[in-house]
Write a protein that binds this ligand. Structure first.
Ligand SMILES: NC(=O)c1ccc[n+]([C@@H]2O[C@H](COP(=O)([O-])OP(=O)(O)OC[C@H]3O[C@@H](n4cnc5c(N)ncnc54)[C@H](O)[C@@H]3O)[C@@H](O)[C@H]2O)c1
Length: 375
């Protein structure tokens, strides 16, 4: 069993999820690469020290470059706000480290392209945090599609709505700034939709007509009581889309939809059937296949279990249910396998850049109010 030293930069929601995955992956998968929690980084020494204690890291720092330069670290998680992903990832790749970077890649297409170029020029492995493609239920849906269970795929339809920012009284945050975050619901939420679209159709979105809207244009400034700050990126985003393999559909996302907690719902329409998924019921898919007797046909629920890899690594019996953190462990397992075998992993920075190009096209199309090609 070989150990691999890991460093995590940023210790909020995602830094937590990555660290938990590092702690659990070898126990779950019995892999020969066992992550060793080497060093964790956050903005202040106090916070970094506290997080090192909580999460089980041997060392901490408030300077991300110290993680990059640490010779005991082979793999780095980038779990900081979007405007830092490019500089950290590129420095890490230059230092010969493997990189697990949270989505979206960056705040501009130029930075994302530079990340993909740095990965292409390095022998290191990269993966973007598009975890909704790593759920055994979703993997099984792709398997069914590949086997022809629903015939030829004709349509892909997906929305991802959340209520994170539905309350107009919530204060302004970095996510509402084009400068700090890039686009809004587009990069934050629709990016996941695009990853699922590409994964399930085994193709890419090539042409689209986008639309964006800001629902709450001013938010309370958390640093200056009594004043507001302008929101300059999208609260809601939608697009009609054409895929390279002829599939058509629509995609959409919102960060201001009351009641939707993790409302990622997709449908794949085929010539012989349909598959439906809802992330708020992440352990099941609904499958309709045309039957001889229309009086008895209907959607059936497939609950995930040991027959749907890699579910059995976690649990011996079906229906016991995996959760968000388990799916993050599946994502890490794909990366560790790639590091071990030298095989490519999806979605690496190259595949991530294709997703960014679709996001950019949605934004461009919405601003120019016309159909555009994804470049
Ligand atoms: N894959 C997913 O499902 C998913 C879910 C949520 C967030 N994300 C992505 O993960 C990233 C982080 O989001 P989050 O929700 O964890 O944010 P967060 O605000 O909870 O955490 C960010 C952390 O990074 C720290 N930080 C900021 N700048 C830093 C720097 N220069 N050096 C070191 N630490 C720094 C902050 O102090 C904070 O602890 C974003 O890119 C976001 O889009 C992905």
């Amino acid at each position: 069993m070989r150990q691999i030293g890991v460093g995590v930069i940023g210790t909020g929601f995602m830094g937590n999820a990555h660290s938990i995955a590092y702690s659990a992956s070898a126990s779950v998968f019995g892999t020969t690469l066992r992550p060793r929690l080497e060093i964790v980084c956050d903005l202040s020494p106090d916070r970094a020290s506290q997080r090192a204690t909580n999460l089980g890291f041997s060392n901490y720092t408030a300077e991300w470059i110290e993680v990059v330069n640490n010779p005991a670290v082979e793999l780095i998680s980038v779990c900081t706000p979007n405007d830092t992903h490019a500089k950290i990832s590129i420095a890490a790749l230059s230092a010969g480290k493997h990189v697990w970077c949270e989505k979206p890649m960056s705040t501009s297409l130029e930075d994302s392209a530079a990340m993909a170029a740095a990965a292409a020029n390095s022998a290191s492995k990269t993966i973007m945090g598009y975890n909704y493609t790593k759920n055994p239920a979703v993997t099984h849906a792709r398997h069914l599609i590949e086997q022809g269970a629903i015939g030829r795929v004709a349509g892909f339809f997906c929305r991802y709505d959340v209520d994170n920012e539905a309350d107009g009284n919530r204060p302004w945050s970095w996510r509402m700034s084009r400068d700090k975050s890039g686009t809004g619901a587009n990069g934050d939420v629709l990016s996941h939709v695009i990853s699922v679209a590409h994964y399930l159709t085994d193709s890419t979105i090539t042409r689209l007509s986008g639309d964006i809207a800001i629902v709450h244009p001013e938010r309370k400034d958390p640093e200056a009581p009594g004043t507001t700050k302008t929101v300059d990126n999208d609260d809601m985003v939608s697009a009609l889309v054409h895929f390279s393999n002829g599939v058509r559909g629509h995609i959409g996302a919102s960060r201001v939809t009351w009641g939707r907690k993790c409302g990622l719902r997709w449908e794949v329409h085929g010539t012989e059937g349909t598959i439906i998924f809802d992330q708020e019921r992440l352990n099941e898919i609904q499958l309709f296949t045309r039957q001889n007797d229309p009086a008895t046909d209907g959607f059936r629920t497939i609950l995930t279990g040991p027959l749907h890899p890699p579910y059995s690594a976690f649990l011996p019996n079906g229906g016991h249910s995996l959760g968000y953190m388990d799916v993050k462990i599946c994502e890490l397992h794909d990366l560790l396998t790639s590091i071990e075998t030298g095989e490519d992993v999806w979605p690496n920075f190259e595949a991530g850049l294709i997703i960014e190009k679709v996001m950019d096209a949605v934004d461009r199309s919405a601003r120019e109010q016309r159909w555009v090609n994804v470049e």
